[in-house]
Design a protein around this ligand. Structure first.
Ligand code: GLN
Length: 268
């Protein structure tokens, strides 16, 4: 595949940020900042659009990238009550047509069929991802700690390998009570260190169209900047109809942090 130089965009890339006030636990807003800065450093025009309770559903269809963070059970329920009808259809539609997105912890639980909290009623999800999540109850231990993952979702793994020339390991941090079981959706990754979707089957997250669902906070993108670049590259390709190569940025600090973490966790 030949890659062309970065095209000039007439309109800024729009990052849709799902419910910023309700869904941004454990620094997940860092994913938004990372996408924004990596665009700006390359001269790619970019804007952030909050997708929340006051947003008109039509805005949900105007985005080039989507970020959804984690939430506590109570906030998750508020979001689910709002994310119905036209908004739900627009978000589903955006994911299905291939808008790249990163959805962390509580966000993928909402994109699945349902989430059963430790206390209280089952919360119905959007059913975009074929997965269900059940919290085993307030006395069950939470899944907390550092994560190392090897991306196994076929197309994503292939494209990341091409970018990196190496095995695509992701580093992150998980903190969740819910245990997720996948149906027919492809897992994002294999757990190398940590617990992942449920602590049992070594799967982590899910990958559907260009949506990355994960339990990995961290936040994920600044810890794994190549994944942010994959999202930006995919968004530009969708907009222009052409694959493009992004110029490299100085990621030496992130690279050093990654090697320290991999060493500390005895990986590689
Ligand atoms: N409420 C969810 C759980 O505990 C999500 C938590 C989170 O997003 N960090 O499983």
């Amino acid at each position: 595949m030949s890659l062309s130089a970065l095209p000039t965009l007439s309109e800024p890339l729009m990052i849709g940020w799902l419910y910023p006030k309700l869904m941004s636990t454990y620094g997940d807003r860092g994913n938004v900042t990372c996408l924004q800065r990596r665009c700006e450093w390359r001269g790619i025009p970019v804007r952030i659009q909050a997708l929340d309770r006051d947003t008109d559903p039509s805005q949900f269809t105007q985005v080039d990238l989507i970020v959804g963070g984690g939430a506590q059970d109570r906030q998750q329920e508020i979001v689910m009550r709002d994310l119905q009808g036209a908004k739900a259809a627009a978000l589903k539609g955006a994911i299905e047509v291939g808008v790249p997105g990163v959805f962390t912890c509580g966000a993928p639980q909402l994109l699945g069929h349902y989430y059963e909290p430790g206390l209280g009623q089952r919360i119905q999800g959007l059913g975009v991802l074929d997965l269900v999540t059940v919290h085993p109850g307030p006395d069950a231990p939470r899944c907390i700690g550092n994560l190392v993952l090897e991306v196994t979702a076929e197309r994503l793994a292939r494209e990341l390998r091409l970018m990196l020339g190496d095995v695509p390991y992701l580093i992150g941090f998980e903190n969740h009570g819910g245990r997720t079981k996948l149906g027919s959706v492809e897992p994002l990754a294999r757990v190398v260190r940590g617990l992942g979707n449920n602590g049992e089957d070594q799967t982590e997250g899910a990958f559907h169209c260009n949506a990355i669902a994960t339990y990995s906070h961290g936040p994920l993108l600044p810890k794994n900047p190549f994944l942010a670049d994959w999202m930006i590259q995919t968004a530009i390709a969708r907009r222009t109809g052409e694959s493009c190569a992004l110029n490299r940025l100085d990621d030496s600090l992130a690279d050093r942090a990654r090697s320290v973490m991999l060493q500390r966790l005895n990986v590689g």
